[in-house]
Design a protein around this ligand. Structure first.
Ligand SMILES: NC(=O)c1ccc[n+]([C@@H]2O[C@H](COP(=O)([O-])OP(=O)(O)OC[C@H]3O[C@@H](n4cnc5c(N)ncnc54)[C@H](OP(=O)(O)O)[C@@H]3O)[C@@H](O)[C@H]2O)c1
Length: 291
């Protein structure tokens, strides 16, 4: 509860309790209202280091590093499981609120994985196969699906109560089977061929299927959002973007643009804003840049 001090109306004077990122404000005189504040607001207002912890997978990747940087800039704490810390940019490595765990989610001992998850309100996966012959056709063929599955099991077996958000970076090429999307025959033929010939696509589909079907929407510990960018591009800063429930254009024949920095911002918003989360939980939003 934050009480606004008498004689200094409008000034937030005392912090007694923070639940998630919703705060109850009680004005002297009895009036009470609930505001939604971001972690960075809370740090600014209260001066206390209340940090939201997020576990990021794929933080050395082109999108993952933007996710980590944005979360840190918002006053959050980031844990990153990476194969090699050397692949992280120096400014991230130097950040006091970044903890790096070297290893792969697939091989990390159970205890280390649970330690990495401890206290995290969200897990953001930006994992993807490296675009080399080995990365695409070698093992692990199910890098994304098996990593997400392992993370979810670790969350589910943890005894402490509470929900962990799992936010998966996926692709518009992966149909949302819950939304009854009906791509054109040509799209289906090409995506079918890609599924057969390009293992990373099948992996992305399997990861989304795992969350939709194996975890489902009734799980008491894991809640998820599958984020589907279209053609990824690099832009220096966040620009105007929209999020829609299903693709509004063909991902194969008329794909749109999704800048990685916008994708990162949206995933971070899902992690830190209860309003954005409530809109998309259990769904698979598509993100397009507004040109
Ligand atoms: N390209 C597109 O237009 C497009 C469109 C929509 C969606 N997507 C999807 O978006 C996701 C992220 O894309 P991105 O371009 O940001 O990815 P990226 O730069 O290729 O990053 C991939 C991340 O996965 C990690 N990784 C790769 N193989 C691994 C392994 N065997 N074990 C552990 N970690 C491994 C990489 O770690 P290292 O640094 O150690 O290699 C890196 O951190 C992918 O799933 C991709 O399919 C792509």
């Amino acid at each position: 509860m934050l009480t606004v001090g008498e004689g200094s109306p409008g000034r937030l004077a005392r912090l007694a309790e923070i639940r998630d990122i919703r705060m109850s404000l009680k004005y002297v005189g009895g009036k009470q209202e609930v505001l939604t504040l971001s972690p960075v607001n809370i740090v600014e207002i209260t001066g206390e280091s209340w940090l939201m912890k997020t576990l990021v997978l794929g933080a050395t990747g082109a999108t993952g590093r933007l996710v980590a940087a944005d979360l840190l800039a918002r006053g959050g704490e980031v844990r990153a499981i990476v194969r090699s810390a050397d692949r992280l940019p120096q400014d991230l490595l130097d950040h006091p609120n970044l903890t790096v765990i070297e290893g792969s989610v697939l091989d990390l001992p159970e205890k280390e994985l649970r330690d990495a998850l401890e206290g995290c309100k969200a897990v953001i996966s930006c994992l993807g196969h490296n675009l080399t012959l080995k990365g695409m056709f070698g093992s692990p063929r199910r890098l994304v699906a098996d990593s997400v599955s392992r993370i979810c099991s670790a969350i589910q077996t943890e005894s402490s109560a509470g929900i962990t958000k799992v936010i998966l970076m996926n692709s518009t090429g992966c149909k949302d089977t819950d939304a009854k999307e009906t791509p054109s025959v040509f799209d289906r033929i090409v995506v079918g061929l890609i599924r057969l010939l390009v293992p990373p696509h099948a992996d992305n589909e399997a990861a989304a299927r795992f969350l939709r079907s194996s975890v489902g929407k009734q799980d008491h510990r894991v809640k998820w959002v599958i984020v589907r960018p279209d053609g990824l591009i690099n832009e220096p800063g966040v620009s105007d973007y929209c999020t829609v429930p299903s693709p509004t254009r063909s991902p194969i024949f008329n794909s749109g643009k999704s800048s990685r920095v916008n994708v990162a911002r949206f995933m971070d918003e899902l992690a830190s804003s209860e309003e954005v989360w409530a809109e998309w939980v259990g769904r698979s939003p598509v993100l397009y840049n507004r040109d």
